[in-house]
Design a protein around this ligand. Structure first.
Ligand code: COA
Length: 337
């Protein structure tokens, strides 16, 4: 009897998009009481990209990246089975932004839905999407991580406007029989942390009214110091846990792909994992925190750096609270294609 090979879900392509308009720390100095020096030293951020064009939304950025990826891979639109869009800034409350992307990109055979887990959305999405591949039911799944954070940011609040930016990326997941792709995942939530990072109004708890708008309750609210403490503790712990569970030491890990919220949180996580800074990928200085966009933006920016078989550890922390880590074996050499 021929033994059936185990199917794993591998990332086989990536693409990204950030809008053209750049908002620098010096631009922010004109909007709020802050300085380039403060922002750089406290967060590591220098610039972020902002989607300014009227009438453009999360789906428009994602559609551009999806089209680019399909073209790059030479895949027909009809071949896509499923598209999941991870976002906290959907075009509309409903229908799902995934549906809109499928329509705009012409993915006529795909079904889809949105996944919301704040800054851990893309990582939770990887875990979720991988199951559709592992069962053998789906052959080509697109996982988008995109946010138009500028649509929910108050540019008079120095606690939040310095951090966030717009953009994101998309990955293609396909079945692999060589043992590449997602090896293990740990996903966590603690809803009691919701009070420290949330959007107060616009949902069923507080539908929009003139009062909620006057009180600026449709913007991101964050108690930065508390979030910082939970983020450093939990992101570093979960990354150490996934290494231990898979018997990996720092020599076995090739790259840390961490959510780009604050350089100090990433440095702390890397230190806890025992990783030298050469293995810690960062682009926070260019894009700031793009929420669901940070992980695919890292994969896209550093795609040519990865070699087939490299061990990647993903780590995130976000509002909710949500956090997690994924251990993935990279499946291809972009350099050779
Ligand atoms: N420019 C200048 N000063 C600022 C400022 C800004 N943009 N924002 C805050 N400050 C001031 C504060 O008012 C405070 O002044 P005080 O000491 O006189 O009260 C001082 O700087 C320190 O503020 P604090 O909030 O303690 O700074 P911090 O070192 O914690 O940095 C964040 C603030 C937001 C950068 C940091 O807390 C952070 O990154 N938090 C987590 C963010 C995160 O990961 N969020 C998303 C999770 S997905």
């Amino acid at each position: 009897m021929v033994e059936k090979k185990k199917i794993t879900a591998a990332i086989t392509g990536v693409s990204s998009y950030v809008p053209e308009t750049v908002l620098t720390n010096h631009d922010l100095e004109k909007l709020v009481d802050t300085s380039d020096e403060w922002i750089t030293s406290r967060t590591g951020i220098k610039t972020r990209h902002i989607l300014k064009e009227p009438g453009k939304a999360t789906s428009d950025m994602a559609t551009l990246a999806v089209n680019q990826l399909l073209e790059k891979k030479g895949i027909a639109k009809e071949e896509i089975d499923l598209l999941i869009c991870c976002t906290v800034t959907p075009d509309l409350i409903f229908p799902a932004t995934a549906n809109i992307i499928c329509d705009k990109a012409g993915l006529s055979n795909a079904w889809g839905y949105d996944l919301a887990a704040a800054c851990s959305g893309f990582l939770f999405g990887l875990e979720t999407a991988s199951k559709f591949i592992e069962t053998g039911k789906h052959k080509k799944v697109l996982l988008c991580g995109f946010d138009k954070m500028s649509s929910i940011i108050d540019y008079t609040d120095r606690n939040t406007c310095i951090i966030f930016g717009d953009g994101g990326g998309v990955v293609l997941l396909e079945p692999n029989e060589e043992g590449m792709g997602i090896q293990d995942a740990i996903c966590k939530v603690d809803g009691s942390g919701r009070e420290f990072l949330h959007q107060k109004a616009g949902g069923s708890l507080k539908p929009p009214t003139h009062e909620t708008i006057d009180a600026k309750e449709h913007y991101v609210f964050q108690e930065g110091k508390t979030v910082f403490k939970f983020a450093t503790t939990n992101m570093s712990q979960v990354s150490a846990d996934i290494m231990e569970r898979n018997k990996l030491d720092s020599n076995d890990v090739d790259w840390l792909i961490a959510h780009q919220a604050n350089k100090r949180i990433i440095d702390y996580t890397a230190e806890r994992m025992g990783l030298p800074k050469e293995k810690v990928l960062m682009n926070i200085e260019k894009y700031g925190n793009t929420t669901n966009g940070t992980l695919p933006l890292l994969l896209s920016d550093f795609e040519k750096t990865f070699k087939k078989g490299d061990n990647l550890i993903f780590a995130t922390f976000g509002g909710g609270f949500t956090w997690g880590s994924i251990y993935l074996k990279w499946a291809y050499d972009a350099n050779k294609s």
